[in-house]
Design a protein around this ligand. Structure first.
Ligand SMILES: [Zn+2]
Length: 364
């Protein structure tokens, strides 16, 4: 093998840092997406879960930049570049140019999707998991989680676990006590900061202006999607979710109370509302009665939303949307104020939130 050049060493630094940001963002999202009935964050994750997030984060992000040439999330040929190439080739083979989403791919082609996850899972286990908690060039400091596998790990061992021999490999990431809850509590802060840092580094690697790249990578401003408008409006008898008034002409489809900052763009997180009601709500969180109406609507329209999701390739996961809402609502302090209507703010009502936001599998 050739001697590594000084450039490669510099590149390794960039590779490892962009990779770490992406992985950290995935873990952050998972802690919020998988809260328990009480609102508590999970105590462990599997390596498979960040792999799902990793595919999600990259799949839809590439098409608009194809004109620019090969889009890179990393320098060189390391694990992250391999993940990207594999996603690109799978995407080219299994989807057409209609802007297919990972959600549609997963639904229509479950086997190739699972094989892609196997590959990404393996690449994350090889790297960057073992480096995630290494600070600079120093020793590893396990401040987030314990990974219970010996490094370096052989591919065959990981393949055996993926082929349903779980005893061969411990794919659990045991989160340190309190870590997941703190991450969920602070999600509104570290998520945008980490997304921003990742975007800046990716922009640098691709010699792109960083403005706009963050939105592109994370959908932070993907509001008012039109796909769910009709079933959502029909499901509410053509009435606004917030004021109950009829729509005359157009309706906005608003991102629901958890808002885009928490990274949930699922179909279930949308509500039909008047533009003026949505503007009045602004950045406030919606009050308990809106939360109750929202969960009732997404439960009642479950089959319709599933059909829209299949047809449009728009992601949906009712369990995830409810978990994110729990992460946000059940952590509000007693003094917080929630928006009920123009000029009307309610106090926090944890009892009603807890009742409305039961995990999907536990609903009657
Ligand atoms: Zn309204």
């Amino acid at each position: 093998m050739d001697e590594p050049s000084p450039l490669c060493s510099a590149a390794e630094g960039s590779f490892s840092s962009t990779c770490k940001y992406a992985l950290f963002i995935a873990i952050l999202g998972l802690c919020t997406n998988t809260t328990e009935a009480s609102g508590a964050a999970p105590s462990s994750l599997t390596t498979r879960e960040p792999a799902i997030k990793a595919v999600e984060l990259r799949w839809n992000r590439l098409a608009p930049y194809r004109a620019h040439g090969t889009f890179r999330f990393a320098v060189g040929h390391g694990g992250q570049a391999e993940i990207l190439r594999r996603i690109e080739s799978v995407r080219a083979r299994w989807t057409d140019d209609r802007g297919d989403t990972v959600f549609r791919f997963q639904t229509v082609y479950p086997e190739p999707y699972e094989r892609l996850l196997d590959f990404v899972d393996w690449k994350l286990i090889e790297m960057p998991f073992p480096r995630l908690q290494r600070l600079g060039r120093g020793d590893e400091e396990r401040f987030l989680c314990e990974c219970n596998w010996p490094a370096p790990v052989r591919r065959s061992v990981v393949t055996a676990y993926q082929e349903k021999a779980p005893e061969t490999f411990a794919n659990l990431l045991a989160l340190k006590p309190g870590v997941a809850d703190e991450l969920v509590r602070l999600n509104g802060l570290p998520r945008p900061i980490s997304c921003r840092e990742w975007a800046v580094r990716v922009a640098k690697l691709n010699a792109l202006p960083e403005a706009g790249l963050e939105n592109f990578l994370f959908d932070v401003d993907r509001a008012s999607p039109s796909v769910g408008r009709k079933p959502l409006r029909d499901g509410q008898d053509d009435r606004c979710s917030y004021c109950g008034g009829r729509f005359i002409g157009g309706a906005d489809v608003a991102i629901s109370f958890t808002g885009p900052r928490h990274g949930d763009n699922g179909l279930d997180n949308l509500v039909p509302a008047h533009g003026k009601c949505n503007n009045s709500k602004g950045d406030f969180l919606a009050s308990a009665e809106h939360v109750e109406r929202w969960t009732e609507l997404s439960r009642r329209l479950d089959a319709d939303l599933a059909a829209v999701a299949r047809e449009c390739g728009w992601p949906r996961d009712r369990g995830r949307s409810t978990a994110v809402a729990r992460a946000v609502c059940l952590r509000l302090s007693a003094g917080a104020r929630m928006w009920r209507g123009p000029d009307t703010l309610d106090s926090v009502d944890h009892t009603r939130f807890r009742r409305a936001l039961v995990p999907v599998g536990h609903q009657r």
